[in-house]
Write a protein that binds this ligand. Structure first.
Ligand SMILES: [Zn+2]
Length: 520
């Protein structure tokens, strides 16, 4: 059966209709032409002049972490302790006997009366269910007696790099891993459920393809994750195309992966192996992004460099020998220097393998020039502007802020693709487009160097064409053209003709992936 979509306001096209068959765009034309090409048994959908763009591509996120966040009890909006406890109580009511109860997102500093959640609070709710409640920041967790027992923690337990307050059931940093490692093992069924929750939400935002970093996000068991994605893809149950950004717990595990015949581009049109992913520093919010000079608001702190050039080199070289590019999480300028030094030695002219830099935040002009000269792929997140615009000057000082988040410059010189880093940000593409264009926090209180504002067209490109290029799939996704996969989003307003400061109020009304409606 063919599907004819007519009366569409197509981005970058004079035509107003298109025909979809066998998962592909077959023909672009006028509404009359497309209607004429449809037979009695075919479906004709009148879009009523709504705006149609290629399916959005979120070039860097964490689907399993995002699906997990959605599956747990969300606490981000709780403003008092009672509310947190009552949500956990209702979670317990609907859980199966003895099932783990997990919640995330409380922040006692935002409570009317700042008061910590303790083991006693959670034991009062249940001693049968293990309960683990993570703070918004992810660096602190409260566990009840059953959870501590399941994790093998007693009065005498000590953890290097972690703190255990057994009496109050409060765990910090590496102590948290004792609990998360005792969560039920990853199985196909559990992962499938998490993936389905995540992808359903992505489709609501018009997203039909993602670059996702999942292998070791829930445990070190990357093989089960890989196997699950491959099965779901084969069963055509993925409603987003996944380009996997592969992370490994050790170089030995990475070698095992390569030995098994995996490398970039292995897979099919729904699940494919993407680049190797390395993490070289922390985040600006936690002041763990590694800077050349100290933080402006903490003169003793320069952040945490997790991998320097020597640390990266064996990974990057091993990957390159299998034609696999490396992309590196680098937020601070000290980290960017290390990545550039490593890339200078390993990346070929014009970067044919698509090596890249993830985040592109604190950078000086020399570094930006080097990225442009080497044609490194830039994976950026305009969604970060909403919160970072408010803290950037204070955190790194005006001079460093002036050349930071250089999204327009990157978009004009290299393949610059946009994403959400979900669950760090909600993967709301329309909000991301607005922020790329205005560079102003949504409450209007702060603005980042306005010469780096993108045009609406550039911002849409960063979420479509450029994502496709970053994945090496520009001939199949990111465009509405005959022969490309029929992945597209329908939006209630033309983004290029509306007030840019209102773009976040536009709505995705339909998402189609591989010719099938996945959200309406
Ligand atoms: Zn990330």
């Amino acid at each position: 059966m063919k599907r004819g979509f007519i009366h569409a306001d197509l981005w970058r096209s004079e035509k107003d209709a298109f025909l979809v068959e066998d998962g592909l765009f077959q023909k672009i034309g006028t509404s009359d032409e497309i209607e004429a090409a449809c037979g009695k048994e075919d479906e004709i959908i009148d879009l009523g002049n709504a705006f149609v763009v290629p399916g959005f591509i979120d070039s860097h996120m964490h689907l399993l972490n995002y699906g997990t966040y959605l599956s747990n009890i969300p606490l981000l909006d709780c403003r008092n302790k009672e509310e947190v406890l009552s949500r956990i109580k209702s979670g317990v009511k609907t859980a199966a006997k003895g099932e783990w109860i997990r919640a995330r997102g409380f922040n006692e500093e935002l409570f009317d009366h700042p008061e910590m959640i303790t083991k006693a609070d959670l034991d009062a709710i249940s001693t049968d269910h293990p309960i683990a409640v993570t703070r918004a920041c992810g660096h602190l967790m409260t566990a009840n007696s059953a959870a501590l027992q399941a994790a093998g923690i007693d009065e005498t337990t000590e953890v290097e790099g972690g703190v255990i307050d057994y009496e109050r059931g409060v765990l910090e940093e590496y102590a948290i891993n004792l609990v998360t490692n005792s969560f039920p093992a990853l199985t196909f069924e559990r992962l499938k459920d998490i993936i389905q929750k995540g992808q359903k939400e992505l489709n609501r935002y018009g997203i039909t393809a993602i670059g996702s970093d999942d292998f070791i996000s829930l445990s070190d068991d990357w093989e089960t994750v890989l196997d699950t994605f491959q099965k779901l893809s084969y069963m055509e149950e993925l409603t987003v195309r996944v380009n996997e950004q592969c992370e490994f717990p050790s170089l030995e595990e990475f070698a095992k992966f390569l030995d098994a015949g995996y490398t970039t581009d292995v897979g099919d049109d729904r699940f494919r192996i993407g680049p190797l992913k390395l993490i070289a520093d922390g985040s600006l919010g936690a002041r763990t992004a590694a800077l050349k000079e100290p933080y402006a608001d903490d003169p003793k702190e320069k952040g945490v460099l997790i991998l320097d050039r020597e640390g990266m080199m064996p990974w990057v070289k091993l990957a390159a020998s299998y034609n696999m590019p490396t992309i590196v999480h680098a937020i601070g300028d000290r980290t960017v220097d290390e990545v550039l030094a490593c890339m200078k030695e390993t990346v070929l002219e014009n970067n044919p393998l698509h090596a890249g830099l993830v985040h592109c935040q604190i950078m000086n002009r020399e570094q930006i020039q080097a990225v442009c000269d080497m044609k490194l792929n830039a994976y950026f997140q305009s969604l970060f502007i909403d919160s970072d615009a408010r803290i950037l000057n204070e955190r790194v000082g005006r001079q460093r802020a002036e050349s930071s988040y250089p999204f327009r410059t990157l978009a004009e010189h290299v393949c610059a693709s946009n994403g959400s880093d979900a669950p760090v940000e909600v993967p709301d593409v329309l909000k991301g487009i607005e922020l790329a264009v205005t560079r102003r926090s949504l409450d209007g209180s702060a603005c980042m160097n306005p010469e780096e504002c993108m045009s609406v067209d550039q911002a849409i490109e960063s979420y479509t064409v450029n994502g496709a290029r970053a994945f090496g799939m520009e001939d199949r996704i990111g465009r509405i053209a005959p022969g490309c996969f029929a992945d597209f989003a329908v939006i209630d307003q033309n983004l290029t003709r509306m007030d840019p400061e209102k773009i976040h109020t536009a709505k995705v009304i339909m998402t189609v992936m591989n010719g099938e409606t996945v959200f309406e």
